[in-house]
Ligand binder design. Structure first.
Ligand SMILES: [Zn+2]
Length: 640
């Protein structure tokens, strides 16, 4: 998933999650850290910190009985905003006498349950347990002796966090509704009763019944260019964790990029999406060259309506993308590289729990940057690394020490609170640090082997440490110390040895900026978006109204079509009360729900009493078109 933008400033997702509230400890800078763990680790003279793999964010009893395959049969009702039908699980017993299957659910209505024993389906009892505000409600299904399968008949709630029912006016075409899911980290349970933990994987098949004029898709091997029949079949031959279960239904057009890659978008968006994302075929080629063969059947990309709260979501074989990255000049396509990279890091090799999120997002941010370097050149890749590093620097002071640790402590916490810049950019810097120390050839071979050895498996930070010690550190002695690795994984903040590349282009921007503020004219016609963003991110505090007006005129800021530049510019405009940009603030906040772009603008507004009042008025208008996750975050900022 891509939560925060490549650009400045600190537009990471706030730690506070509305469901669980904002714990005071979240804001504390004096939380205990993992230094005690480090000490005992060193005393043991062993690289591994022994902790059992326990997923704190699931009720599932997958240590007793697993569900290696599921079949879904669902009807999509746009009027009621409900999915209804059944899910069927094949069972694999780890403890022979297990008499209950425990599934995760949240806000689901369970109609009845059945078990398949000796060739027959028969009614079986179920029980819903006590609801937990973060985890939802455990569903216990009785297993008669010898039960081979279980069926749960159910329907979802119109309020399901994991489903966005977009009204026609929220789509590009304006005529048809749109439905899409967001299951990461723990929202699959809001639309499927499931063992909702990344420690487990399953294959699946499915049948969706939709209004006949719409196309239904899933995170699966979608048949190319589907006909509008209203009944769609899917199959995922590859085992996936539950958070990658995905569904989308809308008025969609199809464009093949090659035999195994295509783009889906609303008809009026398709052409610009193809122009912007057509280069994904090149990205695919370089990623396979660098890190090994693509392990899935297809790689399709789906452009969602602008309410999608994130940049992208790496649903397997069908990446979900925000339309806000279509800038017309491929300036924001690091997002495309990011979601593609997840086909290796995250989807193929998966974090065992949300404590290990950095394994997904850090490796993905690293591979993303390597793809950008291979396709767009070293300088652009370095600029993107530098802008990310600046975002991380800006984000760190507002995060608690606990949140600054890669192997994050999450007991009693919402797993969504782990999605800060830390598992992305700090972890990316850790991997570049390793690359520097071991050399690119050695490190590339290690990463390639890592993806191959753990393909279609989930692993913990501790398992990764073991593997790294055996495959990288011991065969190449004297490159990194144990203390350095421990500091990266278990200490807050950034180590002093964090790599910080020199970017010549940004040096030139800094010099040009000095001349510009001295009143000279500078030629920025050849500047990339990254150079413009760097200029904006490094303005002096006391920039004047005249200078802002001149900047706006010469850089085309208020009316830019680049949403990353726009978001950053509007924050500056609000902070300096630059009135000519104000009409664009409302327009922007109402037109999209991407958190990375809108949250920083809401925060800037909320910094003054008048701004807060204005922000609340704008939010009241924008709210109906926002995703429930966007609403939660914005309401948190606005104190609603
Ligand atoms: Zn990601």
């Amino acid at each position: 998933m891509r939560h925060f933008p490549v650009a400045l400033p600190a537009t990471f997702i706030a730690a506070c999650f509305a469901l669980s509230g904002c714990s005071p400890a979240e804001q504390s800078a004096t939380e205990p850290t993992s230094t005690a763990t480090q000490a005992s680790f060193e005393a043991d003279n062993h690289w591994r910190v022994e902790t059992p793999t326990i997923d704190e964010h699931s009720f599932a009893n997958s240590n007793q009985v697993r569900t290696p395959h599921l079949h879904l049969s669902l009807a999509v009702d746009f009027n009621a905003k409900v999915l209804s039908g059944y899910v069927e699980f094949e069972l694999e017993y780890l403890e022979a006498n297990t008499d209950t299957l425990i599934l995760d659910t949240e806000m689901l209505t369970i109609a009845r349950t059945e078990a398949y024993t000796n060739g027959e389906w028969a009614h079986t009892e179920f029980n819903l347990g006590e609801r937990d505000v973060i985890l939802g409600t455990p569903l216990s299904v009785s297993l008669p002796p010898g039960a081979e399968k279980v069926r749960v008949h159910y329907s979802s709630s119109p309020e399901a966090t994991g489903l966005d029912w977009v009204a026609p006016e929220g789509t590009a075409g304006g005529k048809h509704p749109f439905l899409y899911s967001q299951s990461q980290p723990h929202y699959a349970r809001t639309w499927i009763p499931i063992q909702d933990t990344p420690t487990e994987r399953l294959t699946f098949s499915a049948e969706l019944r939709t209004p006949p004029e719409l196309i239904g898709l899933m995170g699966a091997n979608n048949p190319p260019n589907p006909e509008r029949t209203g009944v769609y079949q899917f199959e995922s031959r590859q085992k996936i964790p539950s958070y990658l279960m995905a569904i989308a239904v809308g008025d969609l057009a199809f464009h093949a990029l090659n035999e195994r890659m295509a783009i889906y978008a609303e008809p009026s968006v398709l052409e610009s999406a193809v122009a912007e994302f057509g280069y994904t075929t090149d990205m695919m080629n370089v990623t396979e060259e660098l890190f090994g063969p693509f392990a899935w059947d297809r790689y399709d990309q789906l452009v969602l309506p602008p309410s999608f709260p994130f940049g992208g979501m790496e649903n397997p074989q069908l990446a979900f993308l925000t339309p806000t990255v279509i800038a017309g000049d491929q300036s924001l396509v690091s997002l495309i590289a990011h979601e593609l990279a997840h086909s290796w890091s995250g989807n193929l090799v998966t974090n065992a729990t949300w404590r290990d999120l950095w394994l997904n997002e850090g490796f993905t941010s690293y591979v993303e940057n390597r793809i950008m370097e291979a396709v767009y050149g070293k300088e652009r890749a370095l600029m993107e690394r530098m802008l990310d590093a600046q975002s991380l620097d800006a984000a760190l002071p507002s995060l608690s020490e606990r949140q600054q640790v890669l192997h994050i402590e999450l007991a009693q916490r919402d797993p969504d609170s782990s999605f800060t810049a830390v598992p992305y950019t700090k972890a990316q810097q850790f991997l570049f640090f390793l690359e520097d120390r071991f050399g690119r050839d050695t490190f590339d071979a290690f990463v390639r082997q890592y993806f191959a050895d753990f393909a279609f498996q989930s692993l913990t930070t501790e398992q990764f440490q073991d593997y790294m010690e055996r495959e990288l550190v011991l065969p190449n002695p004297g490159r990194v110390s144990r203390e350095e690795i421990m500091q990266w994984l278990y200490a807050p903040g950034l180590p002093n040895n964090s790599p910080r590349p020199q970017v010549a282009a940004f040096q030139r921007v800094a010099e040009a900026q000095e001349r510009w503020f001295a009143g000279e004219t500078i030629d920025i016609s050849a500047w990339s978006i990254h150079e413009r963003l760097y200029f904006l991110s490094n303005l002096p505090e006391d920039v004047s109204q005249n200078q802002l007006a001149r900047m706006d005129r010469e850089f085309n800021l208020t009316h830019t079509k680049n949403n990353s530049v726009l978001s950053n510019w509007l924050v500056i405009a609000i902070q300096h009360d630059y009135q000519p940009a104000m009409p664009r603030v409302e327009e922007m906040l109402i037109s999209m729900g991407r958190l990375a772009y809108i949250l920083s603008v809401y925060r800037a507004l909320a910094a003054t009493p008048e701004g807060l009042e204005q922000a609340r008025l704008i939010y009241a208008k924008a709210k109906p078109s926002y995703h429930v996750l966007t609403r939660d975050q914005v309401e948190d900022v606005l104190g609603l």
